[in-house]
Design a protein around this ligand. Structure first.
Ligand code: COA
Length: 227
């Protein structure tokens, strides 16, 4: 069974052994497989200027193996949107303590698609909402390829475009702002069959956060109530 771990500067020492495989996986997936050659580095690790101390990572770990991940960067710091793709955001820069920028979501190829339990990508999308709600975030900014939009729609993520899509290296790319709210989180949990929060906060007892409640199953209205 996989667990989703919150990794931040406060507990990074507990996950140090995962970082080298993590950056190597990013290189394998983004440079070798997706051919995003601008991210290539001779040491075979994909690390950029946004992998700072302030970055928060969600690591999906199964039997000590990293099988998926996502990165969240505070928008009060430089982000992909502010530094590399500012022209995608026609509404002006986002520098807000309650908004983090998401990037580098991936699942290792062997664990993509349908599986017996909840899909790893859906778990990550649910887990980042849980992280945001727990730590007082209200939104996530993202630079993404437009094929994400129907996926977001299906899983209840509310994404508002911040500008028009641009074609880049054959990809249609745009900037969006996604609401981080309890409704989205509970809808996702119901969709994938979770009845309680999933995040592991190992070594993060000092972090100021709200404990989220268990999720009660959706009660279907009876025939009489519907009339
Ligand atoms: N272009 C267009 N659509 C894509 C896509 C791409 N590069 N990658 C995934 N999709 C869409 C497709 O609709 C695909 O449906 P298909 O099976 O009909 O092709 C669907 O997503 C399912 O994707 P799949 O890869 O089977 O698995 P998943 O849903 O478990 O995982 C990702 C989705 C994005 C997490 C996984 O594909 C991945 O890790 N990709 C590499 C990293 C990446 O590109 N991340 C996004 C940018 S940071």
């Amino acid at each position: 069974m996989q667990d989703i771990h919150v990794v931040r500067k406060d507990n990074r020492h507990l996950y140090e052994g995962y970082f080298d495989p993590y950056f190597r996986l990013r290189h394998e997936i983004y440079v070798k497989q997706r051919k995003w050659m601008a991210l290539d580095r001779p040491d075979g690790r994909e690390i950029d200027q946004f992998d700072t101390e302030e970055a928060v990572y969600l690591f999906c770990i199964d039997n000590d193996q990293l099988i998926g991940a996502m990165r969240a960067v505070p928008t009060v710091m430089p982000t992909l949107m502010s530094e590399i793709f500012p022209y995608l955001n026609m509404r002006g820069p986002i520098h807000r303590s309650d908004v983090y920028e998401l990037s580098r979501i991936f699942v290792i190829p062997e664990r993509r698609g349908e599986h017996a339990g909840p899909r790893v990508d859906m778990l990550l999308l649910t887990a980042i909402m849980e992280y945001g709600l727990s730590t007082g975030l209200t939104g996530f900014s993202i630079v993404l390829e437009s094929w994400w939009l129907p996926r977001f729609e299906r899983c209840g993520w509310k994404a508002r475009p911040l500008g028009v899509p641009h074609m880049m290296d054959g990809m249609s790319v745009l900037a969006v702002l996604v609401d981080c709210d309890e409704g989205t989180w509970t809808t996702l949990c119901s969709q994938i069959g979770l009845s309680k929060p999933v995040l592991t906060w190992r070594g993060l007892t000092g972090v100021n956060r709200r404990s989220l409640p268990d999720i009660s199953p959706r009660v279907q209205p009876t025939a009489q109530q519907a009339q």
